[in-house]
Design a protein around this ligand. Sequence first.
Ligand SMILES: NC(=O)C1=CN([C@@H]2O[C@H](COP(=O)(O)OP(=O)(O)OC[C@H]3O[C@@H](n4cnc5c(N)ncnc54)[C@H](O)[C@@H]3O)[C@@H](O)[C@H]2O)C=CC1
Ligand SMILES: CC(=O)C(=O)O
Ligand SMILES: [Mg+2]
Length: 366
Amino acid sequence: MIVGIPKEIKNNESRVGMTPAGVFELVKNNHTVYVQSGAGEGSGFFNQDYQQVGASILETIDEVYAASDMIVKVKEPIETEYRLIKEGQIVFTYFHFASSERLTKAMVDSKSVCIAYETVEDAEGTLPLLTPMSEVAGRMAIQQGAKYLEKPVKGRGVLLGGVPGVAPGRVLVLGAGTVGIQAAKMAAGLGAHVTILDVNMKRLRYVNDVMPSHVVTEFSNEFNIRKHIKTHDLIVGGVLLKGAKAPNLITRDMLKEMRPGTVIVDVAVDQGGCIETTKATTHEDPVYIIDDIVHYCVANMPGAVPYTSTVALTNVTLPYVLKLANMGWQSACNLDKALSKGLNIVEGEIVYKEITEAFNWEPVFA
Ligand SMILES: NC(=O)C1=CN([C@@H]2O[C@H](COP(=O)(O)OP(=O)(O)OC[C@H]3O[C@@H](n4cnc5c(N)ncnc54)[C@H](O)[C@@H]3O)[C@@H](O)[C@H]2O)C=CC1
Ligand SMILES: CC(=O)C(=O)O
Ligand SMILES: [Mg+2]
């Protein structure tokens, strides 16, 4: 199969869909790999690193899309990429369709085969291709939150760890999944008081078992959320309903209950966000303020630490890329149930029901 690795074009996105180690495996399996010139530079991988393991370098993104049976990338296609995607072409990447009707329509029209990293789901119900990026984003949420709590950037002026004689900051984490646990762990490590909420008691039991006693678990419901937003300095949104639009757990009117300078880091922004006032931002311009509440809603947080993220991502995507390249998408998905859950749009048909539900579209599949 011919596999193409384009350069990412989302704002400040320096990850790349494959490391030279991944290209090495594909070439060993007799596949042809085209890498766009400079695609890996932001992650520390240069054209010669890819050439040394057998890839050919193409100058433009148009050439990479035109030449390839399968595109392996990181972020959802951006508008200028829509026209490049061909009928029958496999596009293996993060899509987050439920947060973008426009992207969904464009991919339906392209008649390509869209396999979304974020909905590949194993027998235990975990999301192996989302997990490493959620680990990165969960940890980063505290780094970013701590920074925006500083007064010069309109935060409350609270040091998360406190100092002797002054109470530490308070961090409220919505969702005790991968993002939530990593955020809680980082915040706890800094010495902050952490409250973590989920609707899944198994997750809360796990957190309760493994975290120190200054990480307190509570059930997620409106009453508890309304209570805690008044007293916490940093709120991390890490909820997920697989493939669906995130639920709005904090509505606009609730911002008035918070203290000025409270910081929200809504990691769930890529699925539409779990705060009503969330709108996607970029690393270039990451925050905005509504009712004195600082919102950080960057939809590609791991893009800011591309070396770590590219390696972590391709560690988990490569086995699936190899299967797709070796067998074609039909046989690979027939044989691998986890991969088949990644099928979102197949040759013009939406095959993941949460996407149609997100837009109140009529289901078009059986
Ligand atoms: N902005 C960014 O750069 C990135 C965003 N993400 C996003 O972060 C989000 C979370 O991802 P993961 O932690 O991997 O998901 P996960 O599936 O591991 O965890 C989600 C948790 O949310 C919980 N939940 C569902 N409804 C809830 C409610 N009403 N209240 C409280 N908890 C609730 C679930 O029980 C689950 O434990 C996803 O939308 C993911 O795409 C992930 C990586 C990077
Ligand atoms: C998961 C995701 O959207 C990201 O890593 O950017
Ligand atoms: Mg994202």
